[in-house]
Design a protein around this ligand. Structure first.
Ligand SMILES: Cc1cc2nc3c(=O)[nH]c(=O)nc-3n(C[C@H](O)[C@H](O)[C@H](O)COP(=O)(O)OP(=O)(O)OC[C@H]3O[C@@H](n4cnc5c(N)ncnc54)[C@H](O)[C@@H]3O)c2cc1C
Ligand SMILES: *[C@@H]1O[C@H](CO)[C@@H](O)[C@H](O)[C@H]1NC(C)=O
Ligand SMILES: *[C@@H]1O[C@H](CO)[C@@H](O)[C@H](O)[C@H]1NC(C)=O
Ligand SMILES: *[C@@H]1O[C@H](CO)[C@@H](O)[C@H](O)[C@H]1NC(C)=O
Ligand SMILES: *[C@@H]1O[C@H](CO)[C@@H](O)[C@H](O)[C@H]1NC(C)=O
Ligand SMILES: *[C@@H]1O[C@H](CO)[C@@H](O)[C@H](O)[C@H]1NC(C)=O
Ligand SMILES: *[C@@H]1O[C@H](CO)[C@@H](O)[C@H](O)[C@H]1NC(C)=O
Ligand SMILES: *[C@@H]1O[C@H](CO)[C@@H](O)[C@H](O)[C@H]1NC(C)=O
Length: 591
């Protein structure tokens, strides 16, 4: 490697005076078997920027460039040569380790840390080593658009791996990357609301322009504070970013059954391209980019800085909580029948515009909640009657409660629960269509029950979302997989991990997710699809599975808007030739 990079830098020097052929690759050139790869620049390469270059970047970003320090570092004596121990900060990190907001506010922490490599966790033994793992090297704590542009330009010009990190709210390691320069967009918190949108496009209702750092509950709260009160299609989780990864992946949520996906409602984007240009993308300006940013994948076409979206008048909302667990039965057959009855009615719930959030593990079904937008408690109970009737007929014990609220926001605040972060699991999942639920609902339920204990030495759990954005909503032409319009249930499957497994064990668990759990899901839901924000990184035929017939156009647009591969996150359009080699470290491109 040393020799290869020396050779490359000699070539680079020679090339300074020679016009004509493209500049040689600045980075390591690797051979893996018969394949040659060109890699991004890393700190052990000659091409890595020197101290003065980092200092000059720091100057252009007004001093907000920081060394990337893992969130547990204060509990350890040192990170490399740098002393990091700080008793008070260690106590704080330990106490807040399961606090979503603390983690999202941290410059580089991840909520689902498996892909950080867990190399620097909070500990009471400060002698334990702390290393950078798969976190990056430097982070720009951007507070202005210009800081983001400077980071994109620097990463592109120096051939560095670039990570855009908003909240770190990702199951798939999409906001972390070994040896990278990170741009943190969390402080873009501004949201402005208008009563009447005047174009471009034909929407004339109310709207909001949302900074990329604004989080789910913050946005709902601000929408509720408007006069008149409004709602926005967002996720179920309080801390998930709204205008970053969520919207670029499509975005489902509690109001999707009546207003479609988050991205269906976008009116305009402000963004910075891979070339470092400020662009607006909407019905009039850059309509191809506008189309691609609505569901084409995070960190793929541009860095978003703000998103303008439709808002809707507040609505009364009611909903139900239902539990079946060891309090009610320990009989596996009874439990499984209960789940089959519940899940098999997915088409029924969605035909009333409902959204249902459920957790499933061995012997435990926790549905919190069934959401009935624009419904009273009586109306929700009426829709759920077939469920209760069938559970009663099968003599299945359960607990349930139904509540109603004058507004969606009050409902949301009361009923939705926070999720526990800093869990480690290998994630997969599938979207089941209306057609597959109707023709093969029992087999789908069986596959989901199987995912709770797929092998003798693994445990699983699933997080389900029964939702159909196609119900009663106009079909929006955007990059979201067309199969979403026929969705009935979208379920995330997890194989539980400690996060401290060997590389080989991690690969085995991934293989089990893809080829044992994933295979069962695909066979049960033949017409289904997968979701780029909550899916399997090793999904077979991921292009078709994540985007269906939209993929060829997305590939073409990726080549147009990011021809050099400044952005990267696995299984997104145009990343076919890129791989992270050497045990999850170096990002390299096949030549
Ligand atoms: C607990 C939990 C609950 C969730 N609930 C939902 C839900 O209800 N509905 C739903 O649809 N999804 C949900 N998700 C998935 C979520 O939509 C994705 O993980 C999404 O990518 C998060 O975006 P973020 O910007 O908050 O996170 P980050 O982890 O910071 O970023 C995720 C990805 O988006 C990219 N990105 C972030 N900001 C930008 C930007 N400004 N420009 C370009 N790229 C950017 C990052 O580079 C990365 O690839 C949930 C995830 C978790 C962990
Ligand atoms: C960037 O500059 C600021 C302010 O001068 C300084 O505090 C910070 O340590 C610098 N960052 C790096 C990575 O040197
Ligand atoms: C603390 O960690 C060090 C380094 O891993 C180890 O050698 C030592 O035994 C640990 N001490 C205790 C008390 O566990
Ligand atoms: C990642 O973790 C594995 C297993 O703990 C370890 O062997 C490997 O060295 C780590 N790699 C990095 C870059 O931290
Ligand atoms: C199920 O088993 C647990 C643990 O043995 C027990 O506490 C519980 O009461 C049992 N539930 C029922 C319904 O019998
Ligand atoms: C599920 O639905 C299918 C098709 O409507 C039906 O044949 C089957 O009996 C249902 N299963 C349960 C458990 O209700
Ligand atoms: C089981 O259901 C009851 C409600 O009947 C609930 O209070 C309890 O928290 C549930 N247990 C688990 C482990 O979910
Ligand atoms: C949706 O379902 C209908 C009928 O079941 C079918 O004709 C159509 O092709 C489906 N569309 C997609 C995108 O799957």
């Amino acid at each position: 490697m040393g020799r290869a990079s020396l050779f490359v830098s000699l070539l680079a020097a020679a090339n300074c005076v020679a016009a004509g052929p493209p500049a040689p690759w600045r980075g390591e050139i690797k051979k893996h078997g018969s394949v040659t790869y060109k890699c991004k620049c890393y700190s052990d390469d000659k091409c890595w920027p020197k101290g003065p270059e980092w200092a000059s970047l720091n100057k252009t970003v007004d001093g907000v460039l920081k060394v990337a320090v893992p969130p547990g570092a204060a509990c350890h004596k040192s990170l490399g040569q740098v002393s990091t121990y700080d008793a008070a900060k260690c106590a704080d990190a330990t106490a807040k380790w399961l606090d979503e907001q603390w983690l999202t506010d941290h410059p580089i922490a991840n909520l689902w840390p498996l892909y950080t490599n867990n190399t620097c966790l909070p500990t009471t033994n400060s002698s334990e080593p702390c290393t950078q793992g798969f976190y990056g090297e430097y982070v720009i704590m951007a507070t202005k658009k210009e800081h983001i542009k400077s980071g994109v330009d620097f990463a592109r010009d120096h051939n560095l791996r670039l990570i855009i990190r908003n909240t770190g709210h990702d199951f798939m390691g999409r906001s972390t990357g070994y040896g990278s320069l990170i741009i943190n967009t969390h402080s873009f918190k501004e949201a402005t609301f208008i009563k009447k949108y005047t174009g471009p496009g034909d929407w004339t209702g109310s709207a909001a322009t949302v900074g990329v750092g604004v989080q789910g509950r913050e946005l709902y709260r601000q929408a509720f504070a408007q006069d008149p009160k409004v709602v926005i299609v967002g996720g179920e989780c309080p801390t998930v970013g709204w205008a970053g990864g969520y919207i670029q992946g499509g975005g489902h949520g509690p109001l999707t059954g009546i207003y479609g996906m988050g991205a269906d409602n976008v009116l305009s984007f402000d963004a910075i391209t891979a070339k470092g240009e400020y662009v607006t993308a909407n019905a009039d300006k850059n309509p191809d980019l506008f189309w691609a940013l609505k569901g084409g994948g995070p960190s793929t076409f541009a860095v978003l800085t703000s998103v303008t979206v439709k808002t809707f008048p507040e609505i009364p909302t009611a909903g139900t909580i239902l539990n079946i667990n060891s309090t009610h039965t320990n009989d596996t057959a009874v439990f499984n029948e209960a789940f089959r009855i519940f899940h098999n009615l997915s088409n029924h719930y969605t035909s009333h515009g409902m959204f249902v959030y459920f957790e499933l593990s061995t012997g435990r079904l926790h549905i919190q909640p069934f959401v009935g937008p624009r419904m009273t408690a009586a109306q929700v109970k009426e829709v759920l009657k077939p469920l209760f009737t069938q559970l009663d007929a099968a003599k299945i014990p359960y607990d349930t409660i139904t509540k109603e609220f004058p507004t969606f926001f009050e409902f949301y605040m009361d009923i939705f629960e926070d999720e526990q972060p800093n869990q480690n699991s290998v994630v997969g999942g599938r979207l089941f269509t209306q057609q597959d639920i109707a023709s093969n609902g029992d087999e789908i339920a069986k596959a989901l029950l199987f995912a709770s204990a797929p092998t003798s030495d693994t445990m699983g759990f699933s997080v389900g979302h029964i939702v159909n954005p196609g119900h009663g909503n106009p079909v929006v032409d955007n990059a979201i997989h067309p199969t979403w319009r026929n969705a009935s249930s979208f379920v995330i499957t997890n194989i539980i991990m400690s996060g401290m497994e060997s590389w080989e064990m991690k690969k085995l668990r991934e293989d089990q997710q893809t080829n044992i759990v994933g295979k069962a899901l695909r066979e049960a839901g033949k017409h289904g699809a997968t979701y780029v924000n909550e899916g399997d990184l090793n999904e077979p035929n991921w292009q078709d599975s994540y985007w269906g017939s939209n993929y060829p156009k997305l590939l073409q647009l990726r080549k147009k808007w990011d021809p050099e591969g400044v952005f990267y996150t696995q299984t997104t359009p145009g990343t076919e030739d890129w791989s992270v080699l050497d045990y999850g470290t170096k990002l390299c491109k096949k030549t």
